[in-house]
Design a binder for this molecule. Sequence first.
Ligand code: PMP
Length: 404
Amino acid sequence: MRTSDIRQEFPLLNQQVNGYPLVYLDNAASTQKPESVLSAIGDYYRSLNSNVHRGVHHLSQQATSAFEDTREYVRNFMGASAKEEIIFTRGTTEAVNLLAESFSRGILSPADTVLATVSDHHSNFVPWQQACLRSGAKFDVLPVQANGTISMELLEEKLRQKPRIVVFPHISNVLGIVNPVKQITAMAHAYGALVLVDGAQGIAHCPVNVCDFDCDFYVWSGHKIYGPTGIGVLYGKKALLEQLPPYQFGGEMIEEVEWQQTSFAALPYKFEAGTPAIAEGIALKTALEFVHRVGFDAIGQHEADLVNHAFEGLKDIEGIEIYGEKTRHSGVISFNVKGVYHYDIGVILDQMGIAVRTGHHCAQPLMKFLNIPGCVRCSFAIYNTVSEVEYFVESLQKALRMLR
Ligand code: PMP
């Protein structure tokens, strides 16, 4: 499919911002939605709206069946073996909180260690740090190398301390580095550690097969993959999920409620208390169908082209520092320019219609590690074009002339 055809499917992109055509380069924060996803949400409320899993009536059964169709689609999309392994959450953050909370209630003890990385997003860092504070377990942090990659030697050194669980990002939301999930997982397993992969940035950019990765948990958010906000996924190996206590309590997640105690529903419902995000869940399948239609080969190729163009344009800018090793980049580039405050660059680019992100990117441990207060991040999606990248580089040069 041509990028111009793909762009036609995204109505939001066709607008002006501050008098210029919008150039949306903040896709790592959230992607735009194709018309098919917007219609799926509207169609649900227009013709299907009803609570799921409860009613015998027609609408409820139709809504339940559409919602459960997404679960099956997600299972297949991620290469999971059973639908019970797919838990719907509000997003990556809630999925990690679910795990960290469950682990801190009865699994983690003061004898245990949780190993995170310095490049983890706060969503995969703080819940574990807090779970350790609650349970008395040790919270250990793996530094990255100067080029942003994980050192396998250093990882192995940490693994010798026998952490209970190792958590890391599939793709860093700041450095764009793609971590070798399969290799890290195999190494962690060899030392008896469980593995949680934060796939918030991975899911939209490369094929994910959890059976092939062999990771124990993989979490992601719908809004990062052309889907709605408010819906995300926790994949977990069935045997492990069965051992974990529920995270929230209420409707949907029970089997039998007595005055003094309750038995809980089977997977996946044990972890899905209350009414889920039904419209969003149904529309998530439409988003994944869009990605499937475009294909990860085309997505990977196109984003690599954009990243290469951006690197070419940025590298000659005087005083620029680009973070992370070029060869392992997905569609994210973060940088600073000497003598210029990152926030000011973002403000001026916005005046030219360009949306980039500035700040700490919810990765303060990494900012501290890099010894910077923040940086500018541009991040690409399948609908971005090479001419947008060129316009971005030219506009950045103009902004720098104004700021210096
Ligand atoms: N992890 C990573 C790597 C992310 O990039 C993000 C979103 N910026 C999150 C976790 C959190 O995702 P959400 O806000 O959708 O829960």
